[in-house]
Design a protein around this ligand. Structure first.
Ligand SMILES: Cc1ncc(COP(=O)(O)O)c(C=O)c1O
Length: 410
């Protein structure tokens, strides 16, 4: 049965430059559903526009926002602006080295002895794995293992870049290192840990990178967010510059200073102390990244659910779909119905555990595929073992996600 929009009689696309429903429907026609796929043409466009946005700064891929080794390999091999990875766990760093990756900054601290130990043979064989620290207790564990194994472990210090305003903390409550004074205390306690090498500093301005500032119909909210972002940018960039400057003046030769994320490339590159960016979400461009003032990437990752019943004239249920994103619980963490245009989740039901109902302006058939986007980029890969790769209207390959490789780190 043809899908018809009641008003126009045709199926609308989301925009003139992204494929429409018939295009994707034809491409996945004989496949078992649910499935998830990457539109490689759109992924390429995103990688190119991220490279343009970053200018001369290299970008580390935030692995949590991809969680598929084949896609990360594809990007690193084709786009020279992308260099190295920011992983989210030490066990993952081990997994990535085994997959042939190098230059891995573990973006978050770990207290897991066994996982640190897993990384040691790679470090001893020359792989670059850098551990994140913001507290001497994390450093002591790393030092103990490094000493036992007679090697040096490289560390990066995470500087908190949130801005404390009179009425709110604007940013993530991330690290205990908020000032040069905090940094001096940490450096003092690191002095005796001679099997650690301070290689770099990271300051992630999550309040600039992760908060949309062009949400439709929310003019006043957007204005307030932009004002807060601009106040915060001045304050937190000055803090990062001060800390990096004083470290260098004290003789620390930092190999890199990492900052930013997909949502803050334009701002972060204005900070001369930053030598590299971390970027992940912009590659797949999930729903939470649809409404930023300075960029607009393409929806390169989607999942497809089959219609399995019709509960009312305009209400259909699909198998699966309850893929809710992490973070504060609001409806923006729900999957977003994508194609055909005009489908809506039912507010009182949301995206369900094993079935998801939608209201449709079209007459649908049982078995029809419906397309959705996840709110975040990498988390969808925890729900699918494989991603289909679609190019020029046909599926060209199938690659495993982390989950498909049996890798589940948290
Ligand atoms: C330390 C760090 N850097 C960068 C990013 C940005 O990643 P993305 O480009 O996926 O937003 C994140 C995301 O949370 C992060 O935690």
């Amino acid at each position: 049965l043809e899908l018809r929009h009641p008003a126009s009689g045709t199926i609308r696309s989301t925009s003139a430059d992204t494929p429409d429903y018939p295009y994707y429907k034809a491409a996945i026609s004989d496949k078992r559903l649910p499935l998830a796929f990457v539109d490689m043409d759109l992924l390429d466009i995103n990688a190119q526009s991220l490279s343009r946005r970053a200018g001369s700064l290299p970008m580390r891929i935030a692995t949590k926002s991809v969680r598929c080794a084949a896609i990360m390999r594809y990007i690193l091999d084709r786009y020279p602006s992308f260099r190295g990875l920011m992983a989210f766990s030490a066990a993952e760093a081990d997994f990535l080295v085994r997959q042939g990756f190098d230059d891995i900054l573990i973006g978050y601290p770990t207290m897991e002895l066994s996982e640190i130990q897993q990384c040691l043979p790679h470090i001893q064989q020359g792989s670059r794995i850098i551990f994140m620290v913001d507290d001497v207790r994390q450093a002591e564990i790393l030092h103990k293992i490094a000493k036992q194994n007679q090697c040096i472990i490289s560390i990066c210090i995470d500087v908190d870049l949130s801005t404390k305003l009179p009425f709110l903390n604007f940013g993530v409550l991330r690290s205990s290192i908020r000032s040069w004074q905090d940094m001096s205390v940490l450096l003092e306690s690191l002095k005796t840990l001679d099997h650690l090498h301070l290689m770099s500093v990271m300051g992630y301005e999550g309040q600039l990178a992760g908060i949309a500032d062009a949400l439709p119909g929310l003019g006043l909210y957007n204005l307030i967010i932009r004002i807060l972002k601009s106040i915060s940018q001045k304050e937190c960039f000055a803090r990062r510059q001060e800390i990096v400057g004083k470290l260098q003046a004290d003789g620390f030769q930092l190999e890199f200073v990492n900052g930013g994320g997909t949502g803050s490339i334009e701002e972060t590159k204005q900070d001369p102390s930053v030598t590299e960016l971390t970027v992940g979400s912009g590659l797949f461009s999930p729903a939470l990244f649809d409404h930023y003032r300075s960029f607009c990437h393409k929806p390169a990752l989607a999942f497809v659910l089959p219609v399995v019943r019709q509960a009312r004239k305009d209400v259909y249920a699909c198998s699966g779909g309850g893929y809710i994103a992490s973070g504060p619980i609001h409806s923006d963490k729900e999957p977003k119905p994508y194609l055909p245009v005009g489908l809506k989740l039912i507010k009182s039901l949301g995206a369900g555990e094993v079935q998801t109902s939608v209201r449709s302006p079209y007459t649908l058939n049982l078995g029809d595929p419906l397309f959705f986007r996840h709110a975040k980029a990498g988390e969808l890969c925890e729900r699918f073992t494989e991603l289909y790769l679609l190019r020029a209207g046909s599926l060209e390959d199938q690659v495993p996600t982390y989950r498909g490789q049996g890798a589940c780190f948290f």
